[in-house]
Write a protein that binds this ligand. Structure first.
Ligand code: ADP
Ligand code: ADP
Length: 228
């Protein structure tokens, strides 16, 4: 599903080497936490995955596509195959919950009939059926993140990228979000989640990749022998 081969990223403006000789392989259906201190290169990894940045050298393959060679005009289509969840939710404030989720389908070729069946189904999945008509500002942080998750899921993406999705919500609600992501993962969706919350990571039995100074310093597929 995801393959980074000898990837290096140097930001030209500052000369900062954010990733060096970065190699990783993530299979379809895996749930991977990416952890590491501030400045380690986690966001750079996500930006490369989303093709917001290109590597300075190396190859990146996601879902059968070579991201280095992907033509600029094909990038929007590539991004539509990803479900992305951000720390700051990024909901449309003037749209209610239903429309925030439906909007993600309206920009694709999905029929009105399919939207009418798909949106309520996904809202039910994230436990927000009763909030369909609420505006984001009337929801708690945990609820807003569940709307963002519903929006990311509604297109059935094979890969979900979550960048610090629990950074702005209470610890008990954070657990719920990761629990929900884990349920989605059980249905076959690959999940890559960046976080700095070690307590949260240790509550789940998922692969943990630790990045520091632009390289992977630990990759624990079995969790058992992870000790920091
Ligand atoms: P993390 O997400 O783990 O905090 P980042 O990927 O944001 O790490 O940053 C890795 C390194 O790259 C840091 O030294 C950071 O200052 C630098 N960096 C990140 N983005 C840019 C940018 N757009 N221009 C220059 N340097 C950057
Ligand atoms: P939490 O403490 O879990 O972050 P809140 O106390 O903010 O959540 O909200 C509790 C419930 O009240 C939520 O279900 C939310 O949707 C609803 N709610 C919060 N603020 C408003 C509001 N201004 N108008 C309508 N409903 C609201």
């Amino acid at each position: 599903m995801i393959e980074f081969v000898n990837v290096s990223k140097v930001y030209k403006a500052t000369g900062t080497r954010a990733l060096s000789n970065f190699n990783v392989s993530i299979d379809r259906g895996e749930f991977v936490f990416v952890v590491g201190p501030s400045g380690a290169g986690k966001s750079t990894f996500i930006k490369l995955l989303m093709r917001e940045e290109k590597p300075t050298s190396g190859e990146i393959y996601v879902n059968g596509q070579n991201l280095v060679r992907l033509k600029r005009r094909k990038v929007p289509y590539y991004r539509r195959t990803l479900g992305v969840v951000f720390q700051d939710f990024r909901l449309i404030p003037t749209m209610n919950v239903y429309d925030n989720v439906a909007f993600a389908l309206r920009v694709t070729n999905v029929s009105a009939k399919d939207i009418r069946s798909r949106v309520p189904y996904i809202l039910g999945l994230v436990g927000l059926s009763g909030k369909a008509k609420s505006l984001p500002e009337h929801l708690s942080g945990g609820e807003q993140q569940r709307v963002a998750l519903a929006r990311a899921l509604v297109n059935n993406p094979p890969l979900i990228i979550a960048d610090e999705p629990t950074g702005n919500i209470d610890p008990d609600l954070s657990f719920e979000i990761v629990d929900l992501l884990s349920e989605i993962n059980k249905c076959g969706t690959t999940i890559v989640m960046v976080t700095h919350e070690h307590n949260l990571v240790s509550e789940f039995d998922h692969r943990v990749i630790t990045i520091d100074e632009g390289t992977i310093i630990s990759d624990d597929r079995n969790r058992g022998y992870y000790d920091e």
